[in-house]
Design a protein around this ligand. Structure first.
Ligand code: A5P
Length: 235
């Protein structure tokens, strides 16, 4: 029997509003992408309409459009290379480490650049995204150059991935940066840092959805309210 999908929008909404409440006027804020981040951008927009004065740096064209429509002032990393905080969603959060898989929505390159440029990365999720080990529920989206993508896929397979070109060969998904995505299934990942360095060393890989050591705090929408996962000591 097919697994029944439970609508958790109200839980994600609570986490998104909680994160938006942390912002103060004067902050430079990275704006994430995906359905949960979209709720956060809406909550930030509502605060801006009430007088919150922040500048946002969007992680995708879709987020830029939403933010503009809400009257959120936007800038680029060219204007502000370092941001105070980024609020974004995730496909998986490893509970013990706060390591993430991101990129289900295809924006991992810009998301990682913006997250890396931020003093704090706040992640908003519902409980369905929590895992003991990365790779349990979601593939790792690996963004690759279009040129020679089959060779890059072959290299990913050599390190143990089952790869799938997002969208399929007849209609491949193209990222905001003009690249393809190979959704790469490794199964539960025991040595995430090792896999990260393997992925980083493959020519043709532009970026990938492992976000390790970047997360400052996770807000989880639960039926009992918003729970927080402890910040890592060094972020
Ligand atoms: C977008 O590329 C992603 O990194 C999203 O943050 C992630 O896929 C979570 O998306 P949802 O909030 O839509 O589940």
């Amino acid at each position: 029997m097919a697994e029944q999908k439970v609508d958790t929008t109200h839980l994600k909404q609570a986490a998104a509003e909680h994160a938006a409440q942390q912002l103060q006027s004067g902050m430079l804020v990275g704006l994430g992408s995906g359905s949960t981040a979209r709720l956060a951008v809406a909550a930030i927009g509502a605060r801006v309409q009430q007088g919150l004065d922040i500048i946002g740096v969007p992680t995708s064209e879709a987020t830029a459009q939403q933010a503009e429509e809400l009257g959120i002032k936007l800038a680029t990393l060219g204007q502000y290379p370092q941001l105070d905080v980024t609020i974004d969603g995730a496909d998986e959060v490893e509970v013990g480490t706060l390591y993430l898989v991101k990129g289900g929505g295809g924006n991992q390159l810009r998301e990682k650049i913006v997250a890396s440029a931020s003093k704090r990365l706040v992640i908003i999720v519902d409980e369905s995204k929590l895992v003991k080990q990365l790779g349990t529920k979601a593939p790792i989206p690996v963004e690759v150059a279009q040129f020679g993508w089959q060779s890059t896929a072959h290299k990913l397979q050599q390190i143990g991935a089952r790869t799938e070109l997002r969208g399929g060969e007849s209609n491949p998904y193209i990222t905001d940066g003009g690249n393809y995505i190979l959704d790469s299934t490794f199964g539960p990942i025991e040595r995430a840092l090792h896999l990260q360095s393997q992925l980083d060393s493959i020519t043709g890989v532009v970026e990938h959805g492992l976000f390790l050591g970047l997360t400052s705090q996770v807000f989880i929408g639960t039926p009992d309210g918003v729970a927080e996962l402890d910040p890592l000591p060094d972020r």
